[in-house]
Design a protein around this ligand. Structure first.
Ligand code: GDP
Ligand code: MG
Length: 170
C-alpha cells in the first residue's frame, strides 16, 4: 500500500541565498557554480519515498528580488510548507529571512510548516551568522532549523524529508 501525499511548498529568501541551488540539488542532484538568477518564480516537482509513503513535492522557487515581492503571496498562500533560506556568510540575508518569517506568520496559512535553512554551510571560514543565533531565532518562532549546503549536498534531502514528516497526513 502506497500513499501519495501532495505537498505544495515555497522557497523564500534573499537573492543569492541559494534557493535555486537547493532545489536543483534536491530535484536533480546537481550543483552549478554560477547559477542564473531566477526570473519571477520557477516550478519543480519531485517524488520521493519518506517512511512508508510516496510523497510528491511541488516546489515554487521564488526570485527574492524586491521588485517581485508583490508576487510572493501567490506562491505562499495555501502552501503547506515553506523553506526560508539565508546565506550563513551574509548577515543581510539573515535579516531578510526574518522579514519573510514575519510576513508568513501574518499572511500565510496558520498551519504552514516552516523551515529555516542556513545555506552555504561549506563556507565556514566566511561565516557571519552563528548557528546558535539562528537556532534560537527558529525555536522562538516555531520553525525548525538546519544548516545546508547545496554545493556539498549536506542536509539538503534532510530539510525536505523533515518537512514531510512534520506535515499532517492527508
Ligand atoms: P537564489 O538567488 O537564492 O536562487 O541563489 P542561487 O541558487 O542562484 O545561488 C546564488 C549563488 O550562490 C550561485 O553562484 C550558487 O552557485 C552559489 N551557491 C548556492 N548554494 C551554495 C552553497 O551551498 N555553497 C556555496 N559555496 N555556494 C552556493
Ligand atoms: Mg534563484
Amino acid at each position: 500500500f502506497v500513499m501519495v501525499v501532495l505537498l505544495i511548498r515555497v522557497l523564500l529568501g534573499d537573492v543569492g541565498a541559494g534557493k535555486s541551488s537547493l532545489v536543483l540539488r534536491f530535484v536533480k542532484g546537481q550543483f552549478i557554480e554560477f547559477q542564473e538568477s531566477t526570473i519571477g518564480a520557477a516550478f519543480f516537482s519531485q517524488t520521493v519515498a519518506v517512511n512508508d509513503a510516496t510523497v510528491k513535492f511541488e516546489i515554487w522557487d521564488t526570485a527574492g528580488q524586491e521588485r517581485y515581492h508583490s508576487l510572493a503571496p501567490m506562491y505562499y498562500r495555501g502552501a503547506a510548507a515553506a523553506i526560508i533560506v539565508y546565506d550563513i556568510t551574509n548577515q543581510a540575508s539573515f535579516d531578510r529571512a526574518k522579514k519573510w518569517v514575519q510576513e508568513l506568520q501574518a499572511q500565510g496559512n496558520p498551519n504552514m510548516v516552516m523551515a529555516l535553512a542556513g545555506n552555504k554551510a561549506d563556507l565556514l571560514e566566511a561565516r557571519k551568522v552563528s548557528a546558535e543565533e539562528a537556532e534560537t531565532y527558529a525555536q522562538e518562532n516555531g520553525l525548525f532549523f538546519m544548516e545546508t549546503s547545496a554545493k556539498t549536498a549536506s542536509n539538503v534531502n534532510d530539510v525536505f524529508s523533515e518537512i514531510a514528516k512534520r506535515l499532517p497526513r492527508l
